[in-house]
Write a protein that binds this ligand. Structure first.
Ligand SMILES: [Ca+2]
Ligand SMILES: [Ca+2]
Ligand SMILES: [Ca+2]
Ligand SMILES: [Ca+2]
Length: 359
């Protein structure tokens, strides 16, 4: 059980690469490195921490954090060190805080000696999969205000929160059942998974995936001012087995790859699980390989709903309080913000924001 320490530790939270001061001229064994390992404000015991350096031809050091979350290395040569950790920890479950669920955490940083011979620092670890990358940033599901059960203006917005260009080639977008083993829909971008370089998403940019790439505010004889214009979406879901599925010739398609599936990418207005994966696992019959998952978000409108998808993908759910045909949407609190807990990562916004972040 992770215990929260109730006192404040005044530790600089600094990982400044390149602030190495004066390379030592001789091997000096007087440096002491003390590292606290923290996850969401909790100090983590029993976490292996690896310390390594390029400054000397020496092997790495490893220590395991004590009950206060502290790993200590002393004496080690005076140098700049890389710190790495990767562990499985137990955290309280979303719907029952008395029970624990397993999640994987990772952390990395650089520590450099200052004036003295001691380094005290904190390594903040994050849930594995919460690193910067391609994120499901917004999910609009409920439809605009209307009395005709119109909700075909649904869209999913992606955001690249990393510093690298990401390629959509061959990636899959899935609607999941209750678990990772249970794929309901699977649609795929064109191109070769992992190696394709045709469909670039530059850093800090958005990608809109429309159910149908049309102007839903301006359908003849069916005014829906609370809807959205998706005629300029980046992509649209189109099931080529569904001949009635609208196809905007100017917007490329993400097509269904599930044998016998004849529906468009239609998701529930009030509870569902959306997942994007790199496309290296296309055998959907036994589920999606967790190592290929890029991001996954579960949403429910009811706060006492069951939690379904595996906790290591999403420990909470977005959308609590969302109402059908309200024209509202679910978006990350800031673009790409992802702690793998959608309860805190998402908020409900008054109107969808396809291709941009709400204020
Ligand atoms: Ca469609
Ligand atoms: Ca099209
Ligand atoms: Ca995530
Ligand atoms: Ca948005």
């Amino acid at each position: 059980m992770v215990k929260k320490l109730l006192f404040l530790l005044f530790i600089p939270i600094l990982f400044l690469p390149g602030c190495f001061k004066g390379k030592p001229t001789q091997f000096d064994g007087e440096l002491s490195v003390k590292l606290y390992v923290v996850f969401e404000g909790n100090y983590l015991p029993n976490i292996p921490v690896l310390l390594s350096t390029f400054d000397y031809n020496i092997s790495s050091y490893i220590d395991t954090t004590d009950s206060a979350g502290l790993a200590e290395f002393e004496p080690v040569p005076y140098a700049e060190y890389k710190v790495n950790t990767k562990a499985t920890i137990m955290v309280p479950s979303f719907d029952n805080p008395d029970s624990l669920v397993e999640i994987n955490v990772v952390g990395a940083g650089i520590v450099a000696p200052g004036d003295g011979n001691i380094i005290i620092d904190t390594l903040e670890v994050i849930a594995s999969g919460a690193e910067p990358g391609l994120k499901i940033n917004e999910i609009y599901t409920v439809g605009p205000p209307n009395n005709s059960y119109y909700w075909f203006d649904q869209f999913i917005e992606l955001y690249n929160s990393s510093e690298d260009t990401i390629y959509l080639d061959g990636m899959v977008v899935c609607r999941m059942g209750e678990f990772l083993a249970d794929v309901t829909y699977i649609f795929q971008f064109p191109g070769e998974p992992l190696t394709g370089r045709e469909y670039a998403v530059p850093p800090n940019s958005f990608v809109v995936l429309a159910q149908d790439a049309m102007d839903h505010t301006n359908i003849p004889n069916f005014p829906l001012p609370g809807s959205v214009d998706l005629s300029h979406a980046d992509w649209e879901f189109r099931n080529s087995m569904d001949y009635g599925d609208f196809d905007n010739p100017d917007v490329p398609n993400i097509d269904n790859i599930e044998t016998g599936h004849r529906l468009d990418f239609m998701i529930s207005l009030i509870n569902d699980i959306i997942l994007i994966a790199d496309g290296s696992d296309l055998n959907y019959l036994d589920g999606i390989d967790i190592n290929s998952v890029i991001d996954c978000v579960e949403y429910h409108t009811s706060s006492d709903a069951m939690k379904y998808i595996e906790a290591e993908l999403d420990r909470g759910y977005a959308g609590i309080g969302l109402i059908r045909y309200s024209g509202r949407s679910m978006e990350r609190i800031s673009a790409g913000f992802d702690s793998n807990n959608s309860t805190v990562d998402f908020e409900i916004i008054n109107h969808p924001t396809p291709g941009y972040q709400h204020e």
